[in-house]
Design a protein around this ligand. Structure first.
Ligand code: AMP
Ligand code: GLY
Length: 440
């Protein structure tokens, strides 16, 4: 049997761990705090910093790990895979240079610009205030997005109209970044509908999974502050009603080109899950960002549908032979709703008990993934981030949404969720928005 190590502590890692176990692996989990789901699935766990590579290598060697997969971006972007591989542990995740597609937005845009990738977005790099005002005037203040270069946990990107409301706001934010010595991009603001395309990559081959749409705003009807994502859905035909197969082909083609030119430019082969976030706009398909990992929550929408053995997929990503596998997904719809502590993301109520009726969840047929909750004895408690992902899978979106919503009803605590994620009403709003943009 193969011994697999998962690094990370959230719902994303829980579903990855579940898929490895389903594929026949002995699972070992290394995490900064105890995910109850991973603990239940694993032969053994270690609770320690996910940035302490020496400890991770020690744990992996001790457990005779055959390969590792890394969930979160922070260790990926500072070279966890390089360290583990030097220690003799192969990884189904990207090395540091490849992970810069997520770790440096400036690197990503410059690479796409240099090689004329068609879904690229107009942008310019700054590390001082010199030229900032001119650039704002050139593209118009209402068309500006400010993006700090490094990882910001989804909190650094500021969009005109959402977070910035005047030229002064833009300049003040740029000045704040200059004062922090953080280089940044000024990028053209786009309008459209976003979707996520997650792929398996082995250095050359880029294999797609069903499209997913995430919901960033905290409250129903896309109101309230931005979050890590309050839920996500996918459709039984693996597309979105407002995204055609042609759109997906363009997105996939650009992801393939990116992997290719990354190697040309840096010598680095991209291996692992590669997440592309795209926006369909009146000007065509545009790439918003790459993530060097599975999406959270979006990976919960795809891995449970994977018909191919995930352990085999990981080996193929490591060995560069994904082309020898027939990667298939069930033709089903999924809806994932995140339960978050009351007050999240501004002032989340932490250390509150969460009661889960597992029997009822199983009867309903809903799957559940532990996110940022911890277990003490038999009890589960909230932290300051999203608590649990509840997933419904069915032949169509309506049924999947019902299962997910009923599943949410099996969890008690000072929690809230977005009832509208995956509903036909919200889907129609997306379709109408897309149509209005394309008609402009
Ligand atoms: P990122 O951290 O790059 O994913 O950006 C966070 C969010 O900002 C994205 O999910 C988008 O909703 C929004 N965003 C990023 N770039 C742009 C852009 N060029 N135009 C409009 N919205 C954007
Ligand atoms: N859902 C967005 C992310 O994983 O970063």
């Amino acid at each position: 049997m193969v011994n697999c190590l998962i690094v990370g502590h959230g719902a994303r890692e829980h579903v990855i761990g579940e898929s490895l176990v389903k594929g026949g692996a002995n699972l070992y989990a290394y995490m900064s705090f105890k995910n109850a789901g991973l603990e239940d699935l694993s032969k053994d766990v270690k609770i320690h910093s996910e940035m302490d590579f020496r400890e991770i290598i020690k744990f992996a060697k001790d457990k005779n790990i055959d390969f590792a997969i890394i969930g979160p971006e922070a260790p990926l972007c500072v070279g966890i895979v390089d360290a583990l591989e030097k220690g003799g542990i192969p990884c189904a995740s990207p090395k540091i240079e490849a992970a810069q597609l997520e770790g440096s937005k400036i690197f990503m845009r410059q690479l796409l610009t240099k090689f004329n990738i068609q879904s690229n977005v107009m942008s310019k790099r700054f590390s001082s205030m010199e030229g900032v005002k001119n650039y704002i005037d050139e593209i118009g203040e209402e068309n500006i997005v400010v993006k700090p270069d490094g990882l910001t946990g989804g909190k650094g990107v500021m969009v005109f109209g959402d977070h910035l409301f005047s030229k002064k706001d833009i300049i003040d934010y740029c000045q704040e970044l200059v004062d922090k010595r953080s280089p940044f991009l000024l990028e053209e603001k786009l309008d459209g509908e976003e979707f996520t395309l997650q792929t398996f990559v082995d250095g050359k081959n880029v294999i797609p999974s069903p499209l997913v749409q995430d919901h960033k705003r905290a409250y129903e009807n896309d109101e309230g502050p931005n979050t890590g994502g309050m839920g996500s859905y996918s459709m039984e035909d693996h597309l979105m009603p407002f995204i055609t197969q042609e759109d997906v082909d363009i997105a996939l083609e650009d992801m393939r080109k990116t992997v290719k030119v990354l190697k040309v430019e840096t010598g680095a082969e991209y291996k692992g899950l590669l997440y592309g976030q795209f926006m369909k706009t009146a000007k065509g398909l545009k790439i918003i960002e790459y993530n060097a990992r599975g999406g959270d929550p979006e990976v919960m929408n795809i891995l449970p549908l994977l018909k191919t053995n995930f352990v085999d997929v990981c080996w193929a990503m490591i060995n560069g032979n994904l082309n020898t596998l027939n990667i298939e997904f069930e033709k089903k719809a999924t809806v994932c709703k995140y339960l978050a502590p009351e007050g999240y993301p501004v002032s989340p109520k932490r250390d509150e008990p969460v009661k889960i009726n597992k029997k009822k969840l199983e009867n309903i047929g809903a799957k559940y993934y532990y996110a940022s909750v911890y277990r003490e004895g038999e009890n589960i408690y909230t932290t300051t981030s999203r608590a649990m992902g509840i997933l419904g899978i069915a032949d169509n979106l309506e049924e999947a949404e019902k299962i997910s919503e009923k599943g949410v009803g099996c969890v008690e605590g000072k929690l809230f969720h977005r009832k509208d994620v995956g509903t036909l009403k919200l889907l129609q709003k997306r379709i109408d928005h897309m149509n209005s943009i394309l008609l402009k």
